[in-house]
Design a protein around this ligand. Structure first.
Ligand SMILES: [Zn+2]
Length: 187
């Protein structure tokens, strides 16, 4: 029996992600072994969006709320990958994998998840970069420095704290301190 036929039987001839029944075909999960166990039967809509990030339509993926609990590892891994593409961290945090499946799932993730790509955002979600000027939006006692960074204080020419996108570094009252990004507003 072909993989496609086996998947058709397993899936009752439905897309295993969104349950559509038209234009079904085999999707091989990245970093799998190309067996039935690492393949998923998907419709054309799901397949297009799995293969081309520019085609992703978030409204198509409500099905992730169901597929993330699938008993089939391949379906969970595909769901996990799509959650990453949609930045659904709340769903990702709820997922549970056996150790070996987690290794598989992470292998297939796009490279962009590395630390260099950390994005720093101010209290309004605006992206902040090294060299920017930010304003403190509430009085912040500075631990160890014995002063308060007053609301409205501008901090110029900030630098980003490596590997921690909740903090930036800058000078207040001539002292170099770290500030939490959630208390800052970009100028
Ligand atoms: Zn589908």
């Amino acid at each position: 029996m072909s993989i496609e036929q086996e998947l058709m039987n397993r899936a009752n001839s439905q897309c295993e992600l969104c349950t559509a029944t038209n234009d079904l075909s085999v999707y091989e999960v990245p970093a799998g072994d190309n067996s039935v166990n690492s393949s998923v039967l998907v419709c054309a809509t799901c397949k297009e969006q799995l293969n081309d990030d520019t085609k992703i339509d978030e409204s198509h993926w409500h099905c992730l709320n169901d597929t993330m609990w699938s008993e089939l590892d391949a379906i969970k891994v595909v769901s996990y990958h799509m959650m990453h593409k949609l930045y659904k961290q709340d769903l990702i945090d709820m997922m549970y994998f056996e150790d070996d499946v987690k290794v598989w799932a992470d292998k297939g993730l796009p490279e962009e998840a590395d630390e260099d790509a950390l994005v720093y955002r101010d209290s309004n979600g605006v992206i902040i970069n090294a060299g920017d000027t930010v304003v403190v939006n509430k009085d912040l006692p500075v631990k160890g420095a014995g002063f308060v960074a007053k609301q409205g204080t501008a901090v110029r020419n900030i630098s980003l704290v490596p590997n921690d996108n909740t903090h930036i570094e800058g000078r207040v009252n001539g002292v170099k301190i770290q500030l939490k990004t959630c208390f800052l507003k970009k100028m």
